[in-house]
Design a protein around this ligand. Structure first.
Ligand code: SF4
Ligand code: FES
Length: 240
């Protein structure tokens, strides 16, 4: 294959009446990622194309997009794997306002992340050096800390699409990450923040988040853990 088509969502709310898709012909290179294809368009064909990226190696989470029917990181998915015929179709993450082209407004995503207090809360006396943790306790949140806050799960979730107050899988993953942390003493507060109609009980176990996650985090499992803990607390089986 010498060339392929890159069909890109274009929309500038300040100047365009309607969104549209624009096709670019891009020269293929073995191993080329979709991000590289977008950069090639930006450098050689249209310098007005807007998209986010930074690390180019699946670490920063800023290049999450909807590419040929999948929620993926543009810097990780290769063109050859995203081709439908001779075309790769690139759209912004859905359910968020488009700022320009492939750039979406992530304010709600970050706001929800902050709502779950993603930091250690410990009301005990400050330690002389550090709060220590056994390897077994540390292993309890091994997967959750891989989250790169890309927004893929947030965009993929139908519960979030239907209710913008829903915290979202990313926020609940981080809530669970601190809930299971042996150094954290705010268990009750964390359940109060998340075991609500707009928190864990809004998750209908559709598993879109699991499918969308580039870091293979099982968000549904984290959410179920918080649900179980909340039920045990409400039934008086656990005290905090
Ligand atoms: S849980 Fe996965 S999909 Fe969701 S924000 Fe984190 S890395 Fe992205
Ligand atoms: S550019 Fe950082 S995750 Fe893709």
């Amino acid at each position: 294959m010498e060339n392929f088509k890159l069909k890109v969502f274009r929309y500038d709310p300040e100047t365009d009446a309607e969104p549209r898709y624009e096709e670019f012909t891009v020269t293929y290179r073995e191993g080329m990622t979709v991000l590289e294809a977008l950069l090639s368009v930006l450098e050689k064909q249209d310098s007005s194309l807007a998209f986010r990226y930074s690390c180019r190696e699946a670490i920063c989470g800023s290049c999450a997009m909807y590419i040929s029917g999948a929620y993926v990181l543009a810097c990780r998915v290769q063109v050859k794997d995203a081709l439908e015929g001779d075309t790769v179709t690139v759209s912004p993450l859905p359910h968020m306002k488009v700022v320009k082209d492939l750039v979406v407004d992530m304010s709600k995503f970050w706001e929800n992340y902050e709502r779950v207090k993603p930091w250690i809360i410990n009301d005990g006396p400050a330690p002389e050096r550090e709060r220590r943790q056994s390897p077994a306790d540390r292993a309890k949140y091994n997967k959750e800390i891989d989250c790169i806050l890309c927004g893929g799960c947030f965009a993929a979730c139908p519960s979030g699409a239907n209710n913008e107050e829903y915290l979202g899988a990313h926020a609940l993953v981080w809530a669970n990450r601190f809930f299971v942390d042996s150094r954290d003493t705010a268990k009750k507060e964390r359940l109060e923040l998340t075991a609500t109609e707009y928190g864990v009980f809004r998750c209908h176990t559709v598993f879109n988040c699991v499918e969308a996650c580039p870091k293979h985090i099982n968000q549904t499992e984290a959410i179920q853990n918080l649900k179980k803990a909340a039920m045990a607390y409400r039934l008086g089986l656990t005290k905090y």
